[in-house]
Design a protein around this ligand. Structure first.
Ligand code: SF4
Length: 400
């Protein structure tokens, strides 16, 4: 847990890691994809194999820079998450080097090592190699089991390839698999969403994430939307799709533990919980963000700028923001409330030395009156209506 007292924070930094009972995360960003999906505004690019190997060298250089810093001599990272982009576009030998060097930043092996993968970029052999190098959680970007909708999204894979990827992953020994699904897609009916969920459940993954499509400016979908060319389901149908997913997944034994995330007991994503609980994490790679010692940091987003800095022997950080205590409290509310268990009043008091109701009394009263939150004097959490209208709730905790 990050100590809100700045002087204590400095002492911690001199000694080493900001120890956290909530875990400490390490994130590695791989910004490459076979081609850009039509809705995507993530920091990802189609790239040549030369660009990919140059990036890997920069990434290894960045990790070594951290390894040489005093404050990273004694850090126990509990999770390592390799995300993107499509990390499985990298040659297996490069992934192996990244994991080996990244793991050397930690005084003990991370409990959870996840990799994001897209169907169509894995094979039985590559999955076996990933498993052998210690990766114990596979997150597959399936999005839909409807072939036509996959084409609409500009995805590079088919539904059959997604099914095959899960089968190969099981044979390779992956006992913790997440499937990412998307709903509220252009032209998608409730029945089509139901069919995708049923196909996902047939594969018996340990974890399922369900995200509604967000139209981002500057993407092909954003342009089509502006021209009125994207037949999106209305808000009511989108809510119906989400509520259907919650019902079905709960009935199938999944815990709804975060707005968009469902897990079989014991399979919640440890790494993402570090973000939602505002525990410390270090992000490596272009555009990666960190939360370290009470400071938010961002790396250079463009791979070329990132490479230049890292290969010059400079940490590629281009933004730093020390959070005030008020900002830390607001963030802990906005992120903590994403989890269905909500925010513990006792935990808040322990962390910030203040009563939750002294800081946010009016907000809690107002949100309670609107039926968006449940407050039992020990815990503040979203109601089912609050889950649907989460953004309204989070906005209420953004002061200043
Ligand atoms: S695979 Fe993921 S990161 Fe890559 S372009 Fe598609 S949505 Fe974006």
């Amino acid at each position: 847990m990050i100590n809100p007292d700045p002087s204590q924070r400095n002492i911690r930094l001199r000694r080493g890691a900001p120890a956290s009972a909530l875990g400490t995360g390490l994130y590695v960003h791989v910004p490459f994809c076979m081609r850009k999906c039509l809705y995507c505004d993530f920091n990802s690019y189609a790239a040549s194999s030369d660009q990919i190997s140059a990036y890997v060298e920069a990434l290894l250089a960045e990790i070594r820079l951290y390894a040489g810093l005093n404050e990273f001599q004694n850090v126990a990272f509990t999770t390592l998450f390799i995300g993107g982009g499509t990390p499985t576009l990298l040659p297996v030998s490069d992934l192996e080097r990244i994991i080996r060097v990244a793991s050397s930043l930690s005084v003990q092996p991370p409990e959870e090592i996840s990799i994001e993968a897209n169907p169509g970029t894995v094979s039985p052999d590559s999955l076996q190699a990933l498993r052998r190098m210690g990766i114990n959680r596979l997150s597959l970007g399936v999005q839909s089991f409807d072939g036509r909708l996959l084409q609409v999204l500009g995805r590079v894979h088919t539904a059959d390839e997604a099914v095959a990827a899960v089968d190969w992953a099981r044979r390779a020994g992956f006992a913790n698999i997440n499937l990412d699904l998307m709903f509220a897609l252009p032209g998608q009916s409730l029945q089509q969403w139901q069919a995708t969920l049923a196909a996902a459940l047939d594969l018996q993954p340990e974890h399922i994430s369900c995200y509604s499509l967000i139209i981002e400016e500057g993407t092909p979908f954003g342009q089509m939307y502006d021209k009125g060319l994207l037949p999106l389901p209305g808000e009511d149908l989108e809510a119906e799709m989400f509520e259907y997913a919650v019902r079905q997944l709960k009935a199938a034994g999944y815990e709804h533990y975060e707005i968009s995330n469902f897990a079989r007991p014991g399979y919640r994503c440890k790494h993402n919980q570090i973000y939602w609980r505002c525990a410390p994490y270090l992000g490596l790679g272009c555009g990666a963000h960190s939360y370290w010692g009470g400071e938010r940091r961002a790396n250079a987003a463009k791979p070329a700028e990132y490479r230049r800095l890292a290969l010059q022997g400079r940490l590629p950080i281009v933004e730093r923001q020390v959070l005030t205590k008020d900002e830390q409290m607001d963030e802990s509310m906005m992120l903590g409330l994403r989890m269905l268990e909500g925010v513990s009043a006792k935990g808040f008091r322990r962390r910030f030395g203040l009563q939750l109701t002294d800081v946010y009394g009016p907000q809690i009263q107002r949100l309670q009156a609107s039926g968006l939150v449940h407050w039992d004097s020990d815990r503040l959490s979203l109601t089912p209506r609050g889950v649907l209208l989460g953004n309204q709730v989070f906005a209420a905790f953004l002061r200043g």
